[in-house]
Design a protein around this ligand. Sequence first.
Ligand code: NDP
Ligand code: OXD
Length: 311
Amino acid sequence: MTLTVFFSAPAVWEEYRTLLPQLLADAGIDADVVIDAPDPAIVDYIIYAPSAPLQDFTPFTNCKAVLSLWAGVERIVGNQTLTQPLCRMVDNSLTEGMVEWVVGHALRHHLGMDRHIINPDHVWDATCPPLARERKVAMLGMGALGSACAQALAALNFRVVGWSRTDKKVTPGIPGYHGAEGLESALRNADIVVTLLPKTPETENLLNAERLAMLKPGAFILNPGRGPLIDDEALIAALDSGQVGHATLDVFRIEPLPQDHPFWSHPGVTVTPHIAADTRATGAAKVLVENIKRGEAGLPLLHVVDRVFGY
Ligand code: NDP
Ligand code: OXD
């Protein structure tokens, strides 16, 4: 019998408490899933959401892996007490949600929908937007989420370029840049920038004043990655000067975004409350079960986080 402890907010546990044991049983795994283990030393797996208070992993001396319910692991990856393999969430439903959010908000700005939706003076402005093929999109981060979003936008004919840490050829038709030297090529004259990078020391304040100045004047920013990827003050200055036309932000340095934060009232900012892509229990539970199955069979775990690179 394997023992898994589920560390999360109570509402999250409710979504998994019946589903997870059922899927484990279907997979032929004799397993128990609890929220409170009598003895940490007998725990085989930890399922972890950042809403959980757990900080000290030291007592879990026989734990084979910590399975994160979130894709982004910045709140746990540097925890010195966590010595077990850490796996992050990569799941189709998470990816689908992110693709829908990114494509929806990209189209909003590309088509200039706002001026027709909010038109109190009934202005007959018949200016047609350019075609997607005339817009350059810089996708910063070409991992599980970024590459899917890049492909979806490219399928609509946007001129998508990707940027990642390593030199990777992701998709035919999507030029890929990498490293510090590739960033300017990706950003230069971009009409739309999407940030789907993890928060690491290397990515913090990546979009600063200098880099925002590389974009096409009036460019749109979509940030569903993490708040600290963008220098808040530099973004506000770029919005005020018109260098950035609009920023749609899903993630923030402090969440919920404090009421007095200038993003709430800035006319050039749309705030969405960290809803770009939710971890849905039905998809995520299958990923968790697959990793427990692999752990029990001695097979390599999926989506293991590289502690050196922090994602
Ligand atoms: P992945 O780990 O699959 O991809 C990360 C990408 O970022 C990779 O392409 C990686 O490059 C690139 N990268 C990392 N560090 C650097 C760097 N220093 N310079 C250049 N590129 C870098 O992550 P996901 O796609 O699954 O998720 C991305 C992020 O999205 C998560 O970390 C999380 O913060 C956020 N997220 C937000 C959600 C929301 O609801 N708002 C939901 C889920 C995730 P390489 O390919 O070379 O390794
Ligand atoms: C995640 C998130 O990382 O929801 O999964 O942001």
